[in-house]
Write a protein that binds this ligand. Structure first.
Ligand code: GLC
Length: 481
C-alpha cells in the first residue's frame, strides 16, 4: 500500500491514531531497531516523494545553511494546546465525538489560561535538553491562538483576551530556544473549510484566508525558525497553491525551515508516532506523544518511560534524524505532572550525555537487545540501555569473563580505546572480526536509563551483526566440542 498523506488521513479518520500506528508497524524496515524497538518502525507520514518543484529547488540551494542548527539540535518540544484542551479528551474530539460547532464555540468564551504558561514550557524544554519548540498556532478546530485580524475566533477576542502565540514566542526566546509554528491547513470551523474542494469561489476565499493567516504569523513575531504545516485535507498542493505559499514564507522568513505537510517536499520529512529514517540526504524528524494523545487527555495514562524516550532519542540520532516530543498542556497551560517527571528524568540524562546526541551523525549502526548507538566521526557512542549485569553463563563461558561483559557483534573497524562517558574511566576490551567485548565492567550500570561508552575507532564505526552470519566459522551438524 502506498502510504500517502491522504491515505493516512482517511485511515486515521476511520480508525483513529491508534489504528494508524498499528498499521505503520506492518511497514517496518529501516534502522534495524531489532528487539529493542520501543516505537513501531513504519511508513512515513507526509506526501509521497516526488520530483522537486521549482520552489523546492530554490530551497535546496540554501537548505544546508538554514538547517545546520536543526541538525545539531536533535531534540525539540511539540506543544498541542487549544480549545480541545478544555474538554480534555484528545485534540480530535470535535470530529471524533461529533460536537456541533455552536456548542464547540462556547469553549472559546470559557478559555482562561493562566498568564505566561509558556514560560514554564520553555523552562521545562530547557531542562529536558530540548533546543527548539513547535506550538500549535491553529489546530484542526480552527481556533487561532494569536491576535489575527482575519477572524474573531481567536485568543485575543475570546476568553483569553491575550495573544497566546506572542507569549509563547517570547518565552521560547527567553530560554534561548528556537521557535516553531505548527499550522493546520485543515480547518473544521471555517465555512469554506470543506466545500472548498468542490466550489471554486469557496476555494479562492479559503486559500486567501489560509495564506493570510500564515502571512500574519510570519510577519508579526520576528524571526521564526520552523513552519510546521499539518493536514492538507481536502485540497491538493496545487489547490492550496502551496508553491506560492512557500514562496511567501521564504520571502518573509528567509532562514526558516518548513516541513512536508502542505503537499510539497519541504525541508524535512515528518514520520509520526514511529521512527523511520528517510533515504540518506533527506532530513527527517520523528514526532511523538508522551502518552497516546497530542492534546490534553485527562484519562490517558499511557505514559512512556524516560528509558523509552531516551532510547527513542538515541534511535533518531542514530539515523541522523530529530525527535520532536509532545506535551499537551491542561486548559490553564499547566503541563501534566507525569510529563514533567519524564522530561526532567530525560533532561538529567542529557546533562551528562547530551554531547553524544547533539551534532551526532547518521550511521550504519544496527542496535541489539542491549545496545543502541550514536556516532560522531570515528567515535562510536555505545548506549547500553539494558545493562547485562552478571550472567550465570559466565560460570562456564569464557566469552562472558571477566566480570560483566557488554559484547557487540559485527563492529568494524579497529577499536583504539574505550571509556565510560560519564566518568571517563577506561574500559578494557577485546576485539576480533566477529565480536567486540567490553570487559571488567561493574555489576550495576554506572548511569540510567542508559550508560554511554565512548569508543574510538580508526575509521567510521559500522555495526552490522547480520553481515557476519554467513561468515562465522561453523563446525559440524552435531556438537563440535
Ligand atoms: C496528526 C493529528 C494531529 C496532530 C499531528 C501531529 O496529524 O491529526 O492531531 O497534530 O498529527 O503530527
Amino acid at each position: 500500500m502506498e502510504w500517502s498523506e491522504s491515505t493516512r488521513r482517511s485511515f486515521l479518520k476511520q480508525f483513529g491514531a491508534a489504528g494508524a500506528a498499528a498499521l505503520a508497524v506492518t511497514k517496518a524496515e529501516g534502522l534495524g531497531m531489532g528487539a529493542q524497538a520501543p516505537a513501531a518502525m513504519g511508513a512515513q507520514a507526509g506526501p509521497m516523494q516526488s520530483a522537486p518543484t521549482p520552489t523546492d529547488q530554490k530551497q535546496i540551494a540554501t537548505r544546508e545553511a538554514r538547517m545546520a542548527w536543526w541538525h545539531e539540535a536533535k531534540f525539540g518540544m511539540f506543544i498541542h494546546w487549544g480549545l480541545y484542551s478544555i474538554i480534555g479528551q484528545h485534540e480530535w474530539v470535535k470530529e471524533h465525538e461529533g460536537v456541533p460547532i455552536p456548542q464547540y464555540e462556547i469553549l472559546a468564551k470559557h478559555h482562561h489560561p493562566k498568564p505566561n504558561a509558556a514560560r514554564d514550557w520553555a523552562r521545562l524544554a530547557k531542562r529536558a535538553g530540548q533546543k527548539y519548540m513547535v506550538m500549535t498556532t491553529k489546530h484542526h478546530e480552527g481556533f487561532c491562538n494569536w491576535d489575527t485580524k482575519l477572524t474573531d475566533y481567536n485568543a485575543m477576542k475570546q476568553g483569553p483576551g491575550r495573544d497566546l502565540v506572542r507569549e509563547y514566542v517570547e518565552a521560547a526566546r527567553a530560554e534561548g530556544l528556537r521557535v516553531g509554528f505548527y499550522y493546520s491547513l485543515m480547518d473544521w470551523h471555517h465555512p469554506d473549510g470543506a466545500i472548498c474542494k468542490t466550489d471554486e469561489a469557496a476555494r479562492r476565499r479559503f486559500v486567501d484566508y489560509t495564506h493570510g493567516l500564515i502571512r500574519e504569523l510570519l510577519t508579526n513575531y520576528g524571526k521564526i525558525d520552523i513552519l510546521w504545516y499539518d493536514v492538507s485535507w481536502p485540497l491538493t498542493a496545487a489547490q492550496w497553491e502551496s508553491e506560492r505559499m512557500n514562496e511567501m514564507v521564504f520571502e518573509l522568513q528567509p532562514d526558516i525551515i518548513v516541513n512536508n505537510r502542505n503537499g510539497l517536499e519541504g525541508d524535512f520529512a515528518t514520520p509520526e508516532q514511529h521512527i523511520q529514517a528517510s533515504e540518506a540526504g533527506r532530513a527527517w524528524e520523528s514526532c511523538m506523544t508522551l502518552n497516546e494523545s497530542w492534546g490534553f487527555n485527562r484519562a490517558d495514562d499511557q505514559w512512556k518511560t524516560p528509558k523509552t524516550i531516551v532510547n527513542n532519542l538515541i534511535t533518531c540520532a542514530r539515523g541522523g534524524g530529530n525527535y520532536l516530543l509532545n506535551i499537551g498542556p491542561e486548559p490553564d497551560g499547566s503541563v501534566p505532572p507525569a510529563s514533567i517527571e519524564v522530561l526532567e528524568a530525560v533532561g538529567k540524562w542529557m546533562d551528562t550525555n547530551g554531547k553524544t546526541i547533539y551534532g551526532s551523525e547518521r550511521g550504519t549502526l544496527n542496535a541489539n537487545a542491549s545496545c543502541n548507538y550514536s556516532r560522531k566521526g570515528n567515535t562510536l557512542y555505545v548506549h547500553v540501555y539494558n545493562w547485562p549485569g552478571h550472567t550465570p553463563a559466565a560460570e562456564w563461558l569464557d566469552f562472558y569473563k571477566p566480570e560483566v561483559v557488554v559484547a557487540i557483534g559485527g563492529l568494524k573497524p579497529k577499536v583504539l580505546s574505550a571509556r565510560v562517558f560519564k566518568t571517563g574511566k577506561k574500559v578494557e576490551f577485546t576485539q576480533d572480526e566477529f565480536s567486540f567485548r567490553l570487559t571488567g565492567l561493574p555489576l550495576v550500570a554506572p548511569d540510567q536509563p542508559a550508560t554511554v561508552i565512548e569508543v574510538e575507532c580508526d575509521g567510521e564505526p559500522v555495526v552490522d551483526h547480520a553481515a557476519m552470519r554467513p561468515l562465522w566459522p561453523r563446525e559440524k551438524v552435531g556438537i563440535s566440542i
